[in-house]
Design a protein around this ligand. Structure first.
Ligand code: PMP
Length: 421
């Protein structure tokens, strides 16, 4: 297929080993040799600018995280049923970043496990079983979480206890986005209850990543959260994508909306690539759940996980990454908005360093333009991906250490590819 021989051989071996479960990016897949900051060095000898990865959020191979993991993994690593300074220290540091009622932490290994536990806690606290989610939401891969992740369905519809609402897109709800979205949530709950299913909670990613990135106006979530609570349900904020400073306005996406969730789930950037994730909630909710079930997770809250996670929190602070997300993200958004007038860009959305660039014209969403751009940018040495129901939204979420010069390189390359000069 015109692949370099070494890449072709590795792709063939990979297909034999991993079968249909193996998904690769790009027609000519990238083989990574090493990375630092926002730059990935590949086996083709080129250095790529990473505008896609929100896992190595404080920067690829951040020296502080590397040193912390190396130190602790050489000292000891166990499950969590012993006293441990580093884990305790991390829990206190992390909880100090949340509004007061959210004062208990459960550590897990993945965002999926966090959301799976959140569903269980919400059911135990509400006595209900049903959840409301957005149309193209992704919340993870367990059996229960797949049911609340409509984007995972290649055919068929979610089960009866899962009700879907349109994402908070101004093109759908018009000017009164907050009320429109809240009405949709209230309507879905009422329908569920009319069908004899008791409501347990509203679960949303607070920047609506897989729905196509919806961040504005700040505060629009509040009436929907109120509607969920009025109906006896909990509000679960999935911070796996917006969390840890990405929105450039504090550590957590929900704070832009002026709401305090009942449960917050987090993962991805939490350990900069070391698998560590978690759930934060009110003590009475966790007490009730643990009285009925208890929770143990072998690899979670290990000292090495805590070392990685603590180094990430410290790096966010010491490197000024929230301010950088606001500054570089703002610069990038302004330049992209400027570019929009002369191109098929139909919207530039998002907050901080989580931006969505939608492509559409009078024929409808243009996934073909997004896809051509993703491949063109790879040729220009920039890695990026797409999201949204129609795959027509460029998803921009680089490591938070990315610079304004990096942002300019992205927009200049987009301009060359879209305007042709
Ligand atoms: N929630 C959201 C919003 C996500 O984007 C993801 C992962 N893409 C998850 C949860 C699941 O996290 P994990 O892959 O760590 O299980």
């Amino acid at each position: 297929e015109g692949l370099p021989p070494d890449i072709a051989a590795l792709v063939a071996r990979r297909r034999r080993s991993f079968g249909a479960g193996s998904v690769l990016f790009y027609d000519v897949p990238l083989k990574i040799e090493r990375a630092e900051g926002a730059v990935i060095h590949a086996s083709d000898g080129r250095a790529y600018l990473d505008f896609y990865n929100n896992v190595p959020s404080v920067g690829h191979c951040h020296p502080k995280v590397v040193a912390a993991v190396r130190e602790q993994v050489g000292r000891f690593n166990t499950h969590s049923r012993y006293l441990c300074d580093i884990t305790q220290d991390y829990a206190e540091k992390l909880l100090a970043t949340f509004p007061a009622p959210l004062s208990n932490l459960v550590m897990t290994c993945t965002g999926s496990e966090s959301n799976d536990l959140a569903l269980r806690i919400a059911r135990s606290a509400s006595g209900g079983i049903g959840f409301v989610v957005t149309r193209t939401a992704y919340h993870g891969n367990t059996a229960a979480v797949t049911e609340v992740s409509p984007s995972s369905y290649k055919r068929g519809a979610p089960p009866a206890h899962v009700r879907v609402v349109d994402p908070p897109d101004p093109a759908i709800y018009g000017n009164n986005l907050a009320q429109g979205f809240a009405d949709a949530v209230a309507g879905a709950i009422a329908q569920m209850q009319a069908d004899g299913i008791a409501f347990a909670g509203l679960l949303v990613d607070t920047i609506f990543s897989s729905d196509g990135v919806f961040a504005d106006p700040p505060g629009f979530l509040a009436p929907a959260v109120e509607a969920a609570r009025r109906a006896g349900g909990l509000f679960i904020a999935d911070e796996v994508q917006p969390g840890f400073g990405r929105t450039g306005a504090g550590l957590w996406g929900f704070s832009r909306h002026g709401v305090v969730p009942d449960i917050v789930t987090m993962g991805k950037p939490m350990g900069n690539g070391y698998p560590v994730a978690g759930l934060v909630t009110r003590p009475e909710l966790l007490d009730g759940f643990c009285a009925a079930f208890g929770y143990f997770n072998t690899f979670a809250a290990s000292p090495v996980a805590a070392a990685a996670a603590r180094a990430v929190l410290e790096a966010i602070e010491e490197d000024g990454l929230i301010a950088n997300a606001a500054r570089v993200g703002g610069h990038l958004k302004a330049r992209l908005t400027h570019l929009a007038g002369r191109t098929p860009i139909s919207a530039v959305r998002g907050a901080g360093l989580y931006l969505g660039v939608a492509f559409a014209d009078e024929t409808g969403p243009r996934a073909d333009i997004a896809s051509a751009l993703i491949n063109g940018l790879r040729e220009e040495g920039i890695l990026i991906g797409a999201a949204g129901q129609y795959g027509n939204v460029l998803k921009i979420r680089p490591p938070l250490c990315v610079t304004a010069e990096h942002a300019d390189r992205l927009v200049d390359a987009m301009e060359r590819l879209l305007v042709g000069r």
